[in-house]
Design a protein. Structure first.
Length: 381
């Protein structure tokens, strides 16, 4: 028998499997898909370009322990993400910065707005759009309305099917107005992509004799939860169970279905060496897709390769059994529905809920790793 069962081989499950195995615990790691890595999974396509199957994953963190920990399982390619957004037909730097200001407004107007911004905010700070919209100053109000309309409103409608006001403000605050000139998408201390990709990183992490990996298997096939008792393969199981999937599914939809957002990923390989001016170009005003990512700008290939693979992302409602859940829905109503499941899960003292899907939180990769390390460290004390 195993000491611990872990459901899901994304970052949360894989980190816990690796950490616990390193202490000699035997782990059964169960993954519904036929590969590890969760939504970080990547592969080399026919042109030899490393593509991220579930959209661009750019690793960035200020957390040195997380960085050092992952560095045991991969070498890194230094990589600082750059994004542009097409506004009125022109690609400009995103997040909206002082540089963007000068690209979209006539010089005298941009100078005036810059002065106003610097009078209200410290240089090099970040202001969420919903905060900027509350400024009393008429010039800043006009700027906020412009940025809101051109960058946030339609993109957010496409991404979530809701306006920025209808979702948690923390979501749009991820892409703030930047009172500075740093053109990088992230400012974290550590920024890179795994040299041979995320899938290899996960494989390295999980190559431990104490980890038994069971692919193509859903939690429902091996686990049952009823009346505070967990059964594994039909037998009572007294070990710990770490669950990283969707909580409604684990608990038999007793409080209805949780809402998630999905994305249709549309890859295309073109017979050219270069497609667009930045690794990711957002389209906040036009088209049904939100953004296009060109992977050879993230994972370089030899210049002679006359091919480039691009990805267009088309957000969609999540439909159980038909597509993949990417993001929990960040409405208050959805969060309340989740709370009922979280309460029910506490009836199982050996059940641990962790990860973007199970915690129903907008974790970045480093957040997921941090959470898993914390859970592990809490146990080993
Ligand atoms: N967002 C937007 N316009 C943009 C980029 C982002 O309105 O051009 C908003 C949108 O609501 C999005 C959120 O900011 O869901 C977070 O964007 P981020 O790039 O962090 O999304 P992710 O890469 O996690 O999908």
């Amino acid at each position: 028998m195993f000491d611990i069962v872990i459901i899901g081989a994304g970052f949360s499950g894989a980190v816990l499997a690796e950490r616990l195995a390193s202490t000699g615990k035997t782990i059964l790691l169960v993954e519904r898909r036929r590969a590890v890595g969760g939504n970080c999974h990547d592969h080399r396509d026919e042109s030899g370009i490393l593509v991220h199957d579930y959209g661009p994953h750019l690793f960035h963190t200020d957390d040195e322990e997380v960085w050092q920990y992952l560095s045991h399982f991969t070498q890194w390619t230094p990589y600082q993400h750059h994004v542009e957004a097409v506004i009125d037909g022109k690609a400009v730097p995103l997040p909206f910065s002082l540089d963007t200001l000068h690209e979209v407004f006539p010089a005298s107007m941009a100078d005036r707005l810059e002065e106003k911004l610097l009078a209200h905010f410290a240089y090099n700070t970040k202001v969420p759009i919903l905060e900027l919209k509350k400024m009393g100053d008429p010039d800043l109000q006009q700027l906020a309305d412009f940025v809101y309309k051109k960058i946030f409103l339609h993109y957010t409608m496409k991404q979530w099917g809701k306006t920025p006001e209808e979702i948690d403000g923390a979501v749009t605050a991820r892409v703030p107005i930047y009172i500075g000139r740093d053109r990088r998408y992230f400012q974290d201390r550590f920024q890179a992509v795994p040299k041979d990709g995320y899938t290899v990183l996960f494989q390295n992490m999980l190559a431990h004799p104490c980890i038994k990996l069971l692919l193509n298997t859903s939690a429902q096939e091996i686990l049952t939860l009823a009346n505070g008792e967990i059964r594994l393969f039909g037998q009572p199981f007294a070990g710990e169970v770490i669950y990283t999937g969707m909580l409604d599914e684990l608990l038999g939809f007793s409080h209805g279905e949780l809402s998630y957002r999905s994305v249709r990923m549309d890859f295309e390989t073109l017979p050219v060496a270069h497609y667009q001016p930045a690794p990711t170009v957002n389209y906040p005003c036009n088209y049904d897709f939100t953004r296009i990512t060109e992977f050879r700008q993230i994972h370089p290939v030899p210049e002679a390769v006359q091919a480039t693979t691009i990805l267009r992302e088309y957000p969609q409602p999540y439909v159980r059994g038909e597509n993949t859940a990417y993001y929990p829905l960040f409405t208050q109503e959805a969060q309340e529905a989740y709370s009922a499941y979280a309460r029910e899960a506490t009836r199982y003292p050996h059940l641990h809920i962790i990860g973007r899907l199970a915690d129903y939180r907008y974790y970045d990769m480093d957040d997921a790793v941090r959470r898993a390390l914390d859970l592990f460290q809490g146990w080993s004390r």
